[in-house]
Design a protein. Structure first.
Length: 208
């Protein structure tokens, strides 16, 4: 019996030490039970199988508990390693939805989103579907964050030119997966994605 339970835990890859510790050290046992119920608390306590999106329907783990993306990668290593687009999966689960449920909300065919997240966005032929997903995430794009940069806007990407330290802040805040480059003693980053589309819409008059 013990061997079977251990095999299940390894197979599912759901070891809740970080999550359970942070829950206990912030909101505490009574509040966990109040929101999730005693059976679910016991599953967390004994490191059994849980779904993080179910917990997010009751507890905002980032704001209330301080649970981070890096914590999640450790706790859900086996489950998340099935996917190439790990951060997108994390963002979906943070909404309190499974991948299947989220795909239905977006009007996608059954299992389409699941396959896209497993194989990667670079395999998606229709980029509008990728942007349909990315634009649903709860990120506020504040154009004041880029007001001190020199901005170049092209049809398919934009470039910010300015202080390396300020560029690093923008990259971190908006999760831009492109490098900062240095040319002729100027630092810049070129990128596409949701922030680019926001900039493009607001700076139509300077599109090259």
């Amino acid at each position: 019996m013990i061997l079977n339970m251990k095999f299940t835990l390894i197979f599912r890859g759901v070891i809740m030490s970080i999550l359970f510790d942070k829950l206990m050290n912030t909101i505490g046992e009574d509040e966990i039970i109040k929101r999730l119920g005693k059976p679910y608390f016991n599953r967390l306590k004994r490191n059994s199988n849980v779904w993080i999106y179910h917990i997010y329907t009751k507890i905002n783990l980032e704001k209330e508990v301080g649970y981070t993306y890096e914590d999640y990668l450790q706790d859900f290593d086996y489950e998340i390693n099935k996917y190439k687009e790990k951060k997108a999966v994390y963002k979906i689960w943070k909404t309190g939805s499974s991948i299947y449920e989220y795909g239905i909300k977006l009007g996608l065919k059954r299992n389409y989103l699941y396959r896209m997240l497993r194989s990667g966005f670079d395999t998606v032929i229709n980029e509008n579907i990728k942007y349909l997903l990315l634009d649903t995430f709860d990120i506020e794009y504040n154009l004041d964050d880029i007001k001190n940069f020199k901005i170049e806007v092209h049809e398919k990407f934009c470039k910010l030119i300015g202080s390396k330290e300020e560029l690093e802040k923008v990259i971190s805040k908006y999760e831009i997966d492109y490098p900062i480059l240095c040319h002729n003693e100027q630092y810049s980053v070129a990128f596409n994605g949701p922030l680019f589309r926001k900039i493009k819409k607001s700076y139509k008059d300077i599109i090259k």
